[in-house]
Design a protein around this ligand. Structure first.
Ligand SMILES: Nc1ncnc2c1ncn2[C@@H]1O[C@H](COP(=O)(O)OP(=O)(O)OP(=O)(O)O)[C@@H](O)[C@H]1O
Ligand SMILES: [Mg+2]
Length: 358
C-alpha cells in the first residue's frame, strides 16, 4: 500500500489551464473521493495520478517515490473506467488475468488469482462468458476483478457506476465499500454524484474549475460548507438559499426575508447588508401559521412515503422543505415553517464565502 501526494499539480491543455496547482495528500489505505460538476477537472487529476496524462507542473509522489515521469504500468496503480474497457473477444477469466499474463505469470498462479478475485466479486459462474454476455453490473465487477488481481498499491476509479441503473448503483456502491474494508487499498474515486461521494469516502475533495474548494470528512462538508458552492453541491435535496437583509431591533439581530423578520445570532455584517442564508430542506419542519418563522404558499407537494417534499413560494423566493409524511398539505395553501437558527448557514452574496455567526 502507499500514500499519494500531490504538490502544486498543474495541467495545461495548450493555453487552457485545467488544473490550477492542487495540493493533496491521500493517506495510506484512505478512500478519497473527488467530486464536482462536469468539467471541473476530476478525470484530468485522476489520469495524471494514473500516468495517462502528462503533468504540466508540480510534484506527484506515490509511496514516497516521485513518479511524474514514470510510465503508467510502473506506478503500481490500477484504474477502473466508466466504460469498463474489457476486451470483447476474451472471456471474463482471460480479461481478469490479462495484466498478469502481460507480466509473464505462470498459468497456474494466474488461474488461482482469477478464481480468488471472482469469488470476492461473486462472478465465479461467469468466468467463461464473454463481456457481451454479461449485464452492466457484472461487467463492472469483471473490470474491478482485473484491477484487484494485480494487487496494486493504489486503486483509481473514474465514475465506475455511472452506466448502471439506480438500483444497481446502490448495490455496487456497497460492494466497493466492502471491498475497500477487506483489502484496505489506498483508493481515489471520481464521481459527480454527491451521494456516492458522501457514502463512500473517508474524505471528500470538492473541485470547482480546476481548484480544490474544500476537503474533509463527509459530515464536515455537510455541516460546515466553507462556501455557497459546497453548501449547494453537498446534500440532497439541495440547500435553500434565501436573499435576506441584516437588521437589528435593540440587541437582537434579525434577518429580513421579504416582509418576514427572523431572529438570528449576531452576524459580523452592518445593518442593511444583503446576505445569502442557507437552510437545508431537512432542517425545516411544519408548524402552525402562528408559530411559523416563515409562512410561504405551497406550490408543489411531493409525497414520497418516507417524507413529503413541499416546494413553496415565499414572496417570489423558492423554499423546499422536507416534511413529516403525516403532515397533510395542499397546493396553494399557506403553511407555517419552522427551523432552528443554529441550522442556518450564511454566505457572502459577492463571492459565496462562508460568514460565521457570533
Ligand atoms: N485533451 C483535452 N484537451 C483540451 N481540454 C481538455 C482535454 N481534456 C479535458 N479538457 C478540459 O479540461 C477540463 C477538465 O476536464 P475533465 O475531463 O477533467 O472534467 P471532469 O471533472 O472529469 O468532468 P466530467 O464530470 O464531465 O467527466 C474541461 O474543461 C475539459 O474541457
Ligand atoms: Mg470525468
Amino acid at each position: 500500500m502507499a500514500e499519494v501526494r500531490l504538490e502544486g499539480i498543474v495541467k495545461d491543455y495548450g493555453s487552457f489551464r485545467a488544473i490550477h496547482g492542487v495540493d493533496l495528500d491521500v493517506g495510506d489505505g484512505e478512500f478519497v473521493v473527488f467530486v464536482g460538476p462536469s468539467g471541473c477537472g476530476k478525470s484530468t487529476l485522476l489520469r495524471m495520478i494514473a500516468g495517462l496524462e502528462e503533468i504540466s507542473g508540480g510534484r506527484l509522489t506515490i509511496g514516497g517515490r516521485l513518479v511524474n515521469e514514470v510510465e503508467p504500468r510502473d506506478r503500481d496503480v490500477a484504474m477502473v473506467f466508466q466504460d469498463y474497457a474489457l476486451y470483447p473477444h476474451m472471456t471474463i477469466a482471460e480479461n481478469i488475468g490479462f495484466g498478469l499474463r502481460m507480466r509473464d505469470w505462470k498459468k497456474r498462479d494466474i488461474d488461482r488469482k482469477v478464481q480468488e478475485s471472482a469469488r470476492i466479486l461473486q462472478i465465479e459462474p461467469l468466468l467463461e462468458r464473454r463481456p457481451a454476455q454479461l449485464s452492466g453490473g457484472q461487467r463492472q465487477r469483471a473490470a474491478m476483478g482485473r484491477a484487484i488481481v494485480r494487487e496494486p498499491s493504489v486503486f483509481l476509479f473514474d465514475e465506475p457506476l455511472s452506466n448502471l441503473d439506480a438500483k444497481l448503483r446502490v448495490e455496487m456502491r456497497t460492494q466497493i465499500k466492502r471491498l475497500h474494508a477487506m483489502l484496505g487499498t489506498t483508493t481515489v474515486y471520481v464521481t459527480h454524484d454527491q451521494t456516492e461521494a458522501l457514502t463512500l469516502a473517508d474524505r471528500v475533495v470538492v473541485l470547482d474549475q480546476g481548484r480544490v474548494v474544500q476537503q474533509g470528512h463527509p459530515l464536515e462538508l455537510y455541516e460546515r460548507p466553507n462556501c455557497r458552492f459546497v453548501g449547494e453541491f453537498i446534500g440532497s435535496p439541495q440547500m435553500n438559499i434565501l436573499d435576506a437583509i441584516v437588521d437589528r431591533t435593540g440587541s437582537q439581530t434579525v434577518l429580513r426575508v421579504g416582509s418576514t423578520s427572523v431572529p438570528t445570532a449576531d452576524l459580523p455584517l452592518r445593518t442593511g447588508t444583503h446576505v445569502d442564508v442557507g437552510i437545508r430542506p431537512e432542517h425545516i419542519y411544519w408548524t402552525s401559521l402562528d408559530d411559523g418563522l416563515l409562512t410561504p404558499m405551497v406550490d408543489v407537494y411531493e409525497p414520497l412515503g418516507s417524507d413529503t417534499m413541499a416546494i413553496c413560494d415565499l414572496e417570489g423566493q423558492e423554499v423546499t422543505a422536507r416534511l413529516d409524511p403525516k403532515v397533510r398539505i395542499r397546493p396553494k395553501e399557506r403553511i407555517g415553517l419552522g427551523f432552528d437558527a443554529s441550522n442556518l448557514h450564511f454566505f457572502d452574496p459577492r463571492d459565496g464565502a462562508r460568514i460565521d455567526a457570533g
